[in-house]
Design a protein around this ligand. Structure first.
Ligand SMILES: Nc1ncnc2c1ncn2[C@@H]1O[C@H](COP(=O)(O)OP(=O)(O)OP(=O)(O)O)[C@@H](O)[C@H]1O
Ligand SMILES: [Mg+2]
Length: 246
């Protein structure tokens, strides 16, 4: 059976969609079958990060409501064999039936794919809860400033209350100069968030350039952020890869 991993955060804009796209691509390039699901109904943009803008005809709402089958809505990535994508509806999840349907759908996909990565909406709303309810584990994407850390810690607590015991942390957009000027450390962030560190991703203009070009980061020029995501994907897949903190 595959693994469903929810990518979550306290604050918005921390890099969940970027991380979901990059980690899914890296896992697929390493030979795993991966489904990435945009669970950010109403504010979807995982398609852009994957270079699949408007390629999907059906979304997970269509599957849940029975308007189409899962096989009609899931699209293969044209450049990344083994990577598949299921997009979100344009309207947010409002009913308990939709939320339960998404949870059931994610659980079902674990029988088909090695990994199912779910790009959750920020915070603790119904999209997050629906995704987290089906997750075997979670990755929190956070910045390292105290305000982000506090919100991330709240989400970690919520995940643990929901029974998701395996919660890992990716500290994103790390800028060494700013960390030293603000006298903050990655260790401080890890301690205050209360989740095991899975990896550190530097602030890197290549992420912004790839997103602007609607090009998957994993198919872009090699960069520090891509190397960091490759190492994180290997760690997610159980390989012992040291975390580079320097
Ligand atoms: N390591 C990085 N270096 C530079 N820019 C980054 C990095 N990670 C993410 N970004 C940029 O930060 C912005 C927000 O990223 P992203 O959309 O992935 O966040 P999000 O957590 O999914 O946001 P939301 O909560 O709105 O869904 C994007 O413009 C993205 O290109
Ligand atoms: Mg997002």
């Amino acid at each position: 059976m595959g693994k469903a991993i929810v990518i979550a955060s306290g604050k918005g804009g921390t890099g969940k969609t970027t991380a979901t796209a990059a980690l899914s691509s890296c896992l697929a390039l390493a030979g795993k079958t991966v489904l990435c699901i945009d669970a950010d109904a109403g504010l979807k943009n995982l398609d852009l990060c994957l270079g699949l803008s408007d390629k999907a005809v059906f979304d997970f709402g269509d599957v849940i409501s029975g308007r189409c089958g899962l096989e009609d809505a899931v699209i293969p990535h044209p450049q990344l064999p083994r990577l598949f994508f299921l997009t979100a509806p344009v309207d947010p999840i409002t009913s308990a039936e939709e939320a339960e349907g998404l949870t059931r759908l994610i659980r079902f996909t674990r029988d088909i794919f090695d990994y199912c990565l779910i790009d959750s909406p920020a915070g603790l709303g119904s999209g997050f809860t629906a995704a987290a309810a089906a997750a075997d584990c979670a990755v929190i994407v956070s910045a390292s400033d105290p305000s982000s850390c506090r919100d991330s810690a709240r989400v970690v607590m919520e995940l643990r209350d929901m029974g998701v015991a395996d919660v890992r942390l990716v500290v994103n957009r790390v800028h060494k100069g700013i960390l030293s000027r603000t006298k903050q450390t990655i260790d401080d962030a890890v301690d205050s968030i209360g989740a095991r560190l899975l990896g550190i991703v530097p602030e890197d203009k290549h992420v912004i350039l790839a997103a602007a070009a609607q090009q998957p980061l994993a198919l872009s020029k090699n960069s520090d952020a891509l190397s960091a995501f490759e190492r994180i994907a290997r760690r997610m897949d159980g390989e012992k890869v040291p975390i580079l903190t320097k």
